[in-house]
Design a binder for this molecule. Structure first.
Ligand code: AP5
Length: 210
């Protein structure tokens, strides 16, 4: 099973990827998470990615494609994977094709821009394990502490009001063309992001079972 999660920033791709991992027992590969780890460890690719991510811009295609190619060669990807956030430009989609990746389904989680801004302003992420919460919609049991590992919840550096506007512009100009690209291939399914995480998961599973 090979799945791609497509959608604007804070559409809930990472949140739903966790549900898909439980269902299909295949790994989720988030380019955003890979870059955040590399930034934290201050590796050369992390330092480079930071220059773009902090401004809301995409990391250059060649760097991103090389990182994904390397990750997909690992053993745990043999039975499939969920890609969260790659491809997100047409050259990346072409590179995925060239790597022989054929997605069983490309899932677009569709969320309006105003809701993106609301979700991002309330998002908190565990600094240790990366688990994602929302202060209103999906709060942790103890304020500022992760339910899963007890780590401290933080706000991502790229979750500022100013950066979100740029990330949305980048999404509309560079990632939205992929909707047509995959619709023409016939494997696109659209799920309207719902107010409740569980409701979105239900719709997602229904779309995958069709
Ligand atoms: P990345 O981490 O992929 O960021 P993104 O695409 O902007 O997506 P997010 O992580 O912000 O959101 P999400 O859709 O996973 O939503 P989440 O589940 O957290 O990438 C970061 C950066 O890295 C990019 O800007 C770029 O610079 C770079 N990058 C990454 N991939 C790249 C690539 N391929 N090429 C080039 N550069 C790349 O949910 C959001 C919030 O909403 C949470 O608080 C959650 O609790 C809440 N929520 C979720 N679902 C619901 C719901 N149904 N109802 C209510 N609240 C909900």
């Amino acid at each position: 099973m090979k799945l791609l999660l497509l959608g604007p920033p804070a559409a809930g791709k990472g949140t739903q990827a966790e549900k898909l991992v439980e269902r299909y027992r295949i790994p989720t590969i988030s380019t955003g998470a890979i870059f955040r780890k590399a930034m934290e460890q201050m590796t050369p690719s992390g330092k480079l990615a930071k220059e773009y991510i902090d401004k809301g811009q995409l990391v250059p295609d060649d760097v991103t494609i090389a990182i994904v190619r390397e990750r997909l060669a690992e053993d745990d990807c043999k039975n499939g994977y969920i890609l969260d956030g790659f491809p997100r430009t047409l050259p990346q989609a072409q590179a995925a094709d060239d790597m022989g990746i054929q997605f069983d389904k490309v899932i677009l989680i569709d969320v309006a821009d105003e809701e993106v801004v609301r979700r991002i302003s309330g998002r908190r992420q565990c600094g240790e394990c990366g688990a994602v919460y929302h202060i209103d919609d999906n709060p942790s049991e103890k304020v500022s502490l992760c339910d899963k590992c007890g780590g401290t919840l933080v706000t991502r550096d790229d979750d500022t009001e100013e950066t979100v506007k740029i990330r949305l512009e980048v999404y509309h100009s560079q990632t939205e063309p992929l909707i047509r690209f995959y619709r023409e291939k016939g494997n696109l399914v659209t799920v309207k992001g719902q107010k409740e995480v569980e409701h979105t998961t239900e719709m997602l599973f229904q779309a995958l079972d069709k």
